[in-house]
Design a protein around this ligand. Structure first.
Ligand code: UDX
Length: 448
């Protein structure tokens, strides 16, 4: 058992803190936002992450997990301090490290005995060395000679399955050369280490590179299948059969070959831009990643064009039901969601929108502020379709997978052209063309 402080109670920090406690460690999660800490102490989980509330409440109840608004005391009593603060992208694509630096300096100002400082946030390659310097500067300022080590321990959590991903990782990566630090980290992850989870010990820059390279590769893989899907449409080929056959090749793998409106989220867009910038700065450009970034932006524009050409008329004055706003299902997160660019694009072409999402409507209220006059916030997917000319599915929520197509058809406005069928835009390929056409729609998928 290790005494741990986790700084930052966002997606990464809260999931990491709760799961590290579940591994048997004693964990204090710290956040400077006192409202967040009060909510957590009241058992209110500020993020939509399936299963997290249960892990948090169980570990609080069993005395392994607690929350604090101040950092000094928890750090003084910890053997390992995890930095899990935000590293938002700057204009030039590089990561803003100000929160990491602040945390590092506060740690340097508080430590009183040997401590392993763990970079859990996704940070640019070389940050672990910077964290070491920032802590060293604070110790020097105090005139304190206290030993410490810094390791990089990147997370590979997918939103919507973060608890599962933390407790069943494909691998644990520890980036740090110090044997003393490695021993403590093995103890932190003892329950995973004992059940043969691949446990990789390497240098800090290598661990930081593993994180960026993994995320960027996944983003490139998604972009690849999106472009293959676009090409399939030119040849009436079926991208789902293409992806299925491709994925049977063990060297390719079946996952992350689902075409869609473009990748979003708080990681892929940020991490691809940060890695591309690192490539430019290092004069070793990541040309594939740069191309994927551009292609991903283009994919969102292509979705707007698909809807306009599918309707066969100008979007001016058309009402479109938008089903799904979150960047993926099982999350309320709309950060860099393709729905943002697509909805704005549709409104710019004169459309009015009836939007619906099972979890993201709250976030949508401020994200669509600039186009709010063209938006009706529907109660659910059927309310969204009521009086619309067409519907577009942007997020593959389970509840959108079995829509009552007859009811949808009745709720839609009748097509303006006599004999025309209402259009059904399935931008996540969650329906079979045949099923939708038999229900009396003109079906538009992606790549099929
Ligand atoms: C990602 C990585 O998967 C995770 O390992 C890392 O730690 C953080 O970033 P996340 O962003 O939460 O996780 O979601 P993910 O499930 O990877 O999806 C990212 C985006 O890609 C979503 O917009 C999703 O809709 C899209 N996507 C994913 C596709 O368009 N097609 C796919 O086949 C898979």
């Amino acid at each position: 058992m290790v005494k741990i402080t986790v700084i930052g109670t966002g997606y990464v920090g809260l999931v990491s803190g709760a799961c590290l406690a579940d591994f048997g460690n004693t964990v204090i999660c710290v956040d400077s936002n006192s409202e967040k800490i009060k909510a957590l102490r009241d058992g209110v989980i500020p993020i939509f992450e399936p299963g997290l509330d249960e892990v948090v409440s169980r570990n609080v109840r069993e005395g392994r997990l607690s929350f604090s608004g101040s950092l000094a005391a928890p750090v003084k009593g910890s053997q390992a301090v995890f930095i899990a603060v935000g590293t938002p992208p700057r204009e030039d694509g590089s990561a803003d490290l100000s929160h990491v630096e602040q945390a590092a300096r506060e740690i340097g100002g508080a430590v009183e005995s040997y401590t392993v400082v763990v970079d859990k946030s996704t940070v640019p390659i070389g940050t672990a060395r910077k964290v070491r310097n920032w802590i060293g500067e604070e110790l020097a300022r105090r005139g304190a000679d206290i030993p410490f080590d810094v390791v990089s321990n990147p997370e590979f959590l997918r939103e919507g399955s973060a608890v599962f991903d933390f407790t069943h990782p494909d691998r644990v990566v520890i980036g740090g050369e110090s044997p003393r630090a490695r021993e403590i980290m093995k103890e932190v992850y003892r329950s995973l280490y004992l059940n043969e989870t691949p446990y990789i010990e390497t240098g800090p820059e290598t661990a930081e590179m593993i994180k960026y390279a993994s995320n960027a590769f996944l983003a490139v893989k998604i972009t690849f299948i999106n472009e293959i899907a676009n090409l399939c449409e030119k040849f009436a080929a079926d991208v789902q059969d293409v992806a299925n056959a491709m994925g049977r090749d063990g060297r390719i793998g079946a996952k992350f070959l689902h075409p869609g409106p473009g990748y979003g989220g708080s990681c892929f867009p940020k991490d691809t831009r940060a890695l591309a910038k690192a490539g430019r700065d290092g004069r070793s450009p990541l040309t594939l990643v740069e191309a994927a970034i551009a292609a991903n932006e283009r994919q969102k524009e292509l979705m707007v064009e698909k809807i306009e050409s599918g309707l066969g008329a100008s979007l001016k004055g058309k009402t479109i039901a938008v089903l799904g706003l979150a960047f993926k299902s099982n999350t309320d997160d709309m950060r860099e969601s393709p729905a943002i660019a697509i909805c704005r694009g549709l409104v710019e072409k004169g459309a009015c929108l009836r939007i619906s999402d099972p979890a993201a409507m709250k976030e949508a209220s401020w994200r669509f502020d600039s186009i709010k006059d063209s938006i009706y916030r529907a109660g659910d997917e059927y309310d969204a379709v009521k009086g619309a000319h067409t519907l577009a599915i942007l997020t593959p929520w389970n509840q959108y997978r079995n829509l009552d197509l007859e009811r949808i058809k009745e709720l839609l406005l009748p097509p303006e052209k006599p004999g025309a069928l209402p259009c059904f835009f399935d931008l996540r390929n969650i329906y079979r063309r045949k099923e939708v056409e038999e229900a009396g729609f003109e079906y538009f998928g992606i790549g099929k």
